[in-house]
Write a protein that binds this ligand. Structure first.
Ligand code: SF4
Length: 462
């Protein structure tokens, strides 16, 4: 029976919702490989049977059921869920029961299209009679990814803390790989070790995660980084440091970005990819900014009734912010005892850098704020090149390009845009190879003393 538009929209409320997912099979789309797998392990530790779906095999399905105007990550994740459900149906035959599954697709509350992915994908799943009963659940930036509405309160409190630490560890694993692999004395050594390292962290999360004995995780970080360090052939000279910024999905999903980190390594670079925690920290930071703004308004308008409530919200968000800072500091400090990976920047530093240059403001928001600020921070930190990785037609990334291209050109910092939409672009490798040549020259001129090691604090006079 054809479904009316009204019924379709009603299903956004009934079948895209937050509900207790304990005991269900939670299907998580793959993004950053380490982060996705550790997040799934955190869910499993609190009784949710989460699994990361195979990725990119269903891209043609994702493209078939979209118009071409959607963002590329929306097409990839849609393809992943359709491919997964199709495979499950083929595997289980008449025993396939859609209500056992829950599709997990987080969202943002604007201004980007990311807030609409799960609604749009609901419309597509509803076109298949057999997938109409697969609900979609989400965490949202609206409440800083609180899990309180998708699991019991006790589990949620543990999950929230554990998953944040897991994300920090996944970032450290990524940075360890990027720091060691370009210099390894035997090809393949780092990849095979880091896979074992990931498995060890997953096992620890599943077995002991809910005890929140963070020392165990920190000890693991030390074990991993101290071993990984021994893979470095110290006779090799240090390569140009390349900062990878841009849209979080495509920059961290190797299939979508056509393995850009490995391509840069092949052409002689050492990549540092903006972390996953950067976005989570930004969401909390931005929430605190919003509370501060509302608090000021309530004071100015003499709305003393709401003043106390907002003040409490601000205090609890700030506690969360400092919790995140502390955990991040602890995790990186343990890694840095053995291996000189790049520490993650603070969101406050990024904001100051933007204010300093006055080219963009946190008031506008979106990932542009992070990417522009992170690129400026990388210039300051002495990187030798910046790559902006993003989905073709991505709105914040286009803004980012418009600001960064002239700015980094002025600062004589090699910069390249790397947009992706699933098509193989024949000249992409040539462009990256040329970019790497410029980055090498940048490093050489710095080493020869013709260029300052670190950029000036403010690049453009206000
Ligand atoms: S950040 Fe880019 S890719 Fe993501 S929803 Fe917004 S426009 Fe789309």
């Amino acid at each position: 029976m054809p479904v009316s538009d009204k019924q379709n929209f009603e299903r956004f409320g009934t079948n895209v919702k937050q509900f207790d997912v304990t005991g269900k099979t939670l299907l998580i789309p793959d993004m950053a490989p380490n982060a996705s797998r550790l997040l799934a392990a955190c869910f499993r530790s609190v009784g949710v049977n989460a699994r990361v779906m195979e990725t990119y095999k269903g891209l043609s399905l994702g493209k078939e059921f979209t118009s071409g105007k959607e963002c590329f990550p929306c097409q990839v994740t849609l393809g992943d869920i359709l491919y997964h459900l199709q495979s499950e149906k083929a595997r289980l035959g008449p025993n396939f029961s859609p209500e056992k599954y829950v599709y997990f697709l987080p969202e943002a509350d604007g201004p980007c299209r990311f807030g609409m992915y799960n609604k749009m994908q609901r419309l597509v799943l509803d076109r298949f009679e057999e997938y109409r009963d697969v609900p979609i659940t989400y965490l949202s930036t609206r409440d800083a990814y609180s899990s309180a509405d998708i699991m019991p309160a006790e589990a949620s409190s543990v999950f929230q803390k554990l998953s944040y630490v897991a994300i920090i560890i996944s970032d450290i694993l990524d940075r360890t790989t990027c720091r060691v692999r370009p210099y390894e004395w035997r090809p393949g050594l780092t990849d095979s070790f880091m896979q074992k390292a990931l498995d060890a962290v997953i096992a620890e999360v599943e077995e002991n995660g809910t005890k929140l004995e963070l020392k165990r995780f920190y000890n693991l970080i030390e074990d991993i980084t101290s071993t990984a360090k021994t893979f470095i052939d110290t006779r090799q000279p240090r390569r140009p440091a390349i900062g990878i910024i841009g849209e979080i999905y495509v920059r961290t999903h190797p299939e979508s970005n056509q393995n850009i980190v490995r391509v840069l390594e092949k052409f002689g670079g050492e990549a540092v990819v903006a972390s996953v925690a950067e976005w989570i920290n930004y969401v909390t930071y931005d929430k605190a900014r919003d509370h501060e703004r509302r608090l000021k308004l309530a004071w100015q308008n003499r709305e003393f009734g709401s003043f106390g409530t907002i003040l409490n919200e601000l205090i609890s968000t700030n506690i969360e912010k400092y919790y995140q800072l502390l955990r991040q500091y602890q995790g990186y400090s343990r890694a840095l005892k053995h291996l000189d990976i790049h520490r993650d920047h603070r969101i406050g530093t990024i904001e100051k850098r933007l204010d300093c240059d006055r080219l963009y403001s946190f008031d506008i928001g979106t990932e542009s704020a992070l990417s522009i600020g992170a690129a400026l921070e990388q210039v300051h930190e002495g990187f030798n090149g910046v790559v902006n990785v993003f989905p073709f037609t991505c709105m914040p990334s286009a803004v980012c390009t418009a600001v960064l291209k002239p700015l980094l050109n002025k600062l004589r910092m090699p910069y390249i845009d790397a947009p992706y939409d699933g098509a193989i672009q024949p000249n992409r490798e040539i462009a990256l190879r040329t970019f790497m040549y410029q980055a090498k020259q940048h490093l050489e001129s710095r080493n020869s003393g013709k260029r300052n090691g670190k950029a000036a604090k403010c690049h453009i006079k206000p």
